[in-house]
Design a binder for this molecule. Structure first.
Ligand SMILES: C[S@@+](CC[C@H](N)C(=O)[O-])C[C@H]1O[C@@H](n2cnc3c(N)ncnc32)[C@H](O)[C@@H]1O
Length: 195
């Protein structure tokens, strides 16, 4: 496995339990920022009736493509280049836009593009599912998330744990309403918005 993520390995089953409960049996999931593809591989192998469309920016495509071809299942589509800094979303309507640990990595403009893209692509009843840490009323949920935020900003001053309210406002502007905010292990959340 190229570009293996320890975090993705640890969180994948917790995320599966939520997705399994929320996705339609024949859901088409568009993933943004698939990274190594560990989530795509695991979710698709555990939910055989869904279709999973992994995407990455071009820098990550070689590793992602290799991992998917080495370990993939038939319900994973060939990965597409989707860079949030470019307007290049696939035209197909999707039931679910899923993105884990991306919105605090990319800058706020690209975070907005992620939510706007979901708004443009989600079919009626479709879900935007965001996994990661968030701040509430301007506060980190834990000291370790504050440390994580400082670490992120040292790497890139434009990264940072986002405010839940900022995300929810942007989603609302796209006609996406908060359906659930679920606490997850390791001080993360799953935010679920529905069109
Ligand atoms: C922390 S990793 C998360 C990877 C994976 N989703 C996971 O949970 O293991 C952040 C991901 O965001 C992707 N990313 C960074 N900038 C991006 C951009 N402009 N457009 C799309 N993805 C981007 C990175 O390539 C990387 O795969």
């Amino acid at each position: 496995m190229l570009h293996f993520s320890e975090a993705a390995e640890k969180n994948k089953n917790h995320i599966l339990l939520v997705l399994r409960d929320r996705l339609l049996p024949n859901a088409h999931v568009l993933e943004i920022g698939s990274g190594s593809g560990q989530h795509a591989l695991y979710m698709a192998s555990e939910m055989k009736t869904i279709t999973w469309q992994p995407t990455e920016r071009s820098e990550g495509m070689l590793d992602l493509t290799k991992n998917l071809s080495d370990y993939g299942s038939p319900n994973i589509l060939a990965p597409l280049i989707l860079d949030l800094s470019l307007e290049q979303w696939p035209s197909a309507n999707t039931n679910c836009v899923y993105s884990a640990n991306v919105i605090h990595i990319v800058n706020k403009n690209l975070g907005e593009n992620l939510i706007r893209g979901a708004g443009n692509n989600l079919s009626e009843g479709g879900l935007l599912i965001l996994y990661g840490p968030y701040k509430y009323d301007g506060d980190f949920t834990t000291p370790s998330n504050a440390e994580f935020d400082a670490w992120l900003k040292e790497r890139d001053p434009h990264s940072g744990i986002r405010d839940f309210e900022w995300v929810a406002d942007l989603a609302n502007q796209q006609g996406l309403q908060l359906q659930d905010d679920l606490p997850m292990p390791a001080n993360n959340q799953i935010l679920i918005f529905q069109r």
